[in-house]
Ligand binder design. Sequence first.
Ligand SMILES: Nc1ncnc2c1ncn2[C@@H]1O[C@H](COP(=O)(O)OP(=O)(O)O)[C@@H](O)[C@H]1O
Ligand SMILES: [Mg+2]
Length: 315
Amino acid sequence: MIEVKGVTKRFGPTIAVNNLSFEVKKGEVLGFLGPNGAGKTTMMRIITCYMPASDGIVKVAGHDTLTDSFKVRERIGYLPESAPLYLDMDVTDYLSFVAQVRGIPSNVRRERIKKITDACGLEKVLGKDIGTLSKGYRQRVGLAQSLIHDPDILILDEPTTGLDPGQIIEIRELIKRIGREKTIILCSHILPEVSATCDRILIINEGQKVASGTPEELATATEGNITVRAKIHGKDAEIRERLEAMENVIGCRVITGGGSSPSTFVLKAKQEGDIGQEVFKMVVENNYSLSELRIERVSLEDVFLHLTTKEREAE
Ligand SMILES: Nc1ncnc2c1ncn2[C@@H]1O[C@H](COP(=O)(O)OP(=O)(O)O)[C@@H](O)[C@H]1O
Ligand SMILES: [Mg+2]
C-alpha cells in the first residue's frame, strides 16, 4: 500500500532521512519508532506530499507522490504532530470546512460528519469552540479531520503527545478501533505506544532504519539476549569449561568470589531451550553446588535503547 524506496531528505547540511526503504501492506498497522530528531515527521511529510524527498521514490496505492500527489492525498488521512485546528471555530463548522476543502459534495457532508463524529466520540462537543476543548478532545477533532474523506490510509504523528494517562488510553483505543479497517502508520518516540497498537514496528535512528519486525521478533532478534548469572561452588576453570561446552551458551565470564564465597558465572545464552534447567543439570551431574541462579531476558525496551543509543555512548 505504501512503498518507500531509498528516500533521503536533506535540509542543508542536515540529513533528516538517510536512504530509507520500507513497505506497509494493506490493513497493516506499522509503528514508526525512533527518538526525537530521528526523522519520523520528515518521512511522514514526504509520504503525505507536504514536501518532496531529495532522493528516492514513494508510492502510495501505486501513485507516485511527486507526479500524482492529488491521487495520493485522496487516499491518505493525516494527523500531523500539532493538528491544524482553528480554535475559534466550533467542531461542526470546522469539520464542514475540512469536508468542503476535501471536495466532499454538500449533499453528503452532513451525513459524513455525523458518522465521523460518532466514531470519534465527539457527540457531546459538536457546538463548542475548539479552543475551549480539552487536549484529549482536540486530538479527537484532529483525528476526525483526518478521517473525513474516508481514506484507506491513516498517518498519525505522535497522536498522544501532551495527553494525560486517561486520554492516552482513550485515543489508543480509538486508533485500534479505526485501525481494523485501515492501513496505518503510527509515529512515536514512546515504545509502549507502538507495541500496544501495532502489528509491526520499524525503528529508525538518525534517519536510518535500524530494525524492523513484530514486537516479539525484535525482542528475540538480538543474539545473546539472555543473560544467566549463576553462583556455583567448585573449581572455576573446570566449571567454566563445562558451561562453555553447552550448546546454548555463547559466552561465559567469571566474576571471582572473595574468600569462601563462590564465583559468579555470567553466561550469554541463545533464546532456545531452557538454559536454567541445563545449568542446574550440569551442576548436579558434576557434584557442584549452586547458590544462586538468575535469568535476565532482554526486553523490547532494551532492544530499542540499545539500537538508538549505541552511537551516543560510543562518543
Ligand atoms: N524544515 C526543516 N528545516 C531544517 N531542518 C529540519 C526541518 N525539519 C526537520 N529538520 C531536522 O531533521 C531532523 C529530523 O527531524 P524530524 O523529522 O522532525 O524528527 P522526529 O519527528 O523523528 O523527531 C532533525 O535534526 C531536525 O532538526
Ligand atoms: Mg516528529
